[in-house]
Design a protein. Structure first.
Length: 107
């Protein structure tokens, strides 16, 4: 499956059903960037006086673990259907995504 298949990200921020939302993206990397972005916004909200904020992948994984639920659906053109992906898969993909970004920045 291509990394840039249409992806629907499903997030439930807390136990309240009203915190459920979805976002659709043209590709996996955009969905992963969005996940990182919501984590960074949360860090800024929690640390309003900090000029710079750093984090590592364990911090991101911890944030995903505290969400009530997070998953995604990726379109697989060979099946003509969306394939569900759960939190462990997202964590693995975030590691690969950040490694790829680091390699691109190092070039």
């Amino acid at each position: 499956m291509a990394d840039e298949s249409h992806t629907i990200l499903l997030v439930q921020y807390n136990v309240q059903l009203g915190s459920r939302c979805y976002h659709d993206f043209e590709g996996r990397s955009l969905a992963l960037d969005y996940l990182l972005g919501i984590y960074e916004k949360e860090l800024k909200r929690l640390n309003p006086g900090s000029k710079s904020i750093t984090y590592d992948i364990a911090d991101v994984h911890g944030y995903l673990d505290q969400l009530s639920d997070v998953a995604c659906l990726e379109f697989d053109s060979s099946l003509g259907a969306y394939v569900p992906r759960r939190k462990p898969w997202l964590k693995d993909q975030l590691i690969k995504h950040l490694q790829q970004q680091a390699e691109e920045d190092g070039e």
